[in-house]
Design a protein around this ligand. Structure first.
Ligand code: ZN
Length: 287
């Protein structure tokens, strides 16, 4: 079984984790820009973006894993509009790097007006990059973080409203909205966006709840990730979800779709992403 981990923060993980991911079938990882656990200066962001675009691809390559990433100022630090202005001015040049898939993980944290403003500015950057009115990143996709717990439903609605305001400039098929749960998944999928489910030890979804959602809402435009980072998290929760689906009788074509081909299809809209979906019937015949 081959996996693509669509959301993992490898800057916070050890080299042993890279090896474990490779041993467990992971062929590519996608790393959104996020909060470091402390607020950074604009110069700190430039160093972080270099780490994502230069250092992590080299670390991953030692284990045969392709490393892709996303660039943004995370929502938690978007309250400081001066800092946001400085960081956003530098983003277009990083969107042109060969392992960058787009702008992310943007979104909301506490659903404040400043967070909303910076979210819209990021979306605008992705649109301008995609339409070639700025340098680089001609195929920028968008990866969106939705808030935690009690803020999630309101934040998801705010995000969907803001995206709708961009009208035809936004193609929902080029946007993935992450950390969906039972009360937000259909809002996201019904509007035509991709949805991501995050399997966390302490919040968000569990493997059993994630497989319930696959069964209830279908595997189309749905990805699973562990979003492993510097907190309490586990990169193998994606695999545990696959095992739970297998235990319930889901067959190889559907498992491959959710854990490899769906991310390959979504990310593959940016030509920087090189891994193609696997034709499971062809593989079965070859075996
Ligand atoms: Zn994340």
């Amino acid at each position: 079984m081959f996996f693509i981990d669509p959301h993992i923060h490898m800057v916070s993980r050890t080299t042993a984790d890279y090896e474990m991911l490779a041993l467990s079938g992971v062929v590519a990882v996608s790393e959104p820009a996020f909060w470091a656990g402390f607020d950074r200066s604009p110069a700190g962001f430039m160093d972080y973006f270099r780490q994502l675009t230069e250092c992590e691809p080299r670390r991953a390559a030692q284990f045969g894993i392709e490393h892709y990433c996303w660039i943004c100022l995370n929502p938690k630090e978007a309250e400081d509009l001066g800092k946001a202005r400085e960081v956003l001015a530098e983003i277009p040049s990083f969107l042109a790097c060969p392992n960058v898939l787009g702008v992310g993980e943007i979104g909301l944290n506490k659903n404040t007006p400043n967070e909303a403003k910076v979210f819209q500015q990021h979306v605008q950057l992705a649109i301008e990059a995609t339409h070639g009115t700025r340098n680089g990143g001609k195929h920028a996709l968008i990866l969106i973080h939705t808030p935690h717990l009690e803020d999630k439903l309101k934040g998801t609605r705010m995000i969907l409203d803001m995206l709708r305001d961009f009208g035809s400039a936004i193609d929902p098929a080029r946007v993935l909205i992450d950390h969906v749960e039972e009360h937000t998944i259909s809002l996201v999928k019904d509007a035509g966006y991709w949805a991501g489910m995050t399997i966390y030890p302490i919040s968000k979804a569990t493997p059993a709840r994630a497989v319930d959602m696959i069964e209830l809402y279908g595997a189309e435009r749905l990805c699973v990730n562990a979003a492993a980072d510097w907190g309490v998290s586990d990169p193998l929760n994606t695999h545990r979800t696959m095992l739970e689906a297998q235990r319930r009788g889901h067959k190889l074509p559907e498992l491959l779709k959710v854990f490899h081909n769906n991310p390959a299809e979504f990310f593959g809209q940016n030509p920087n992403f090189k891994i193609k979906p696997i034709d499971v019937l062809q593989r079965t015949h070859q075996q």
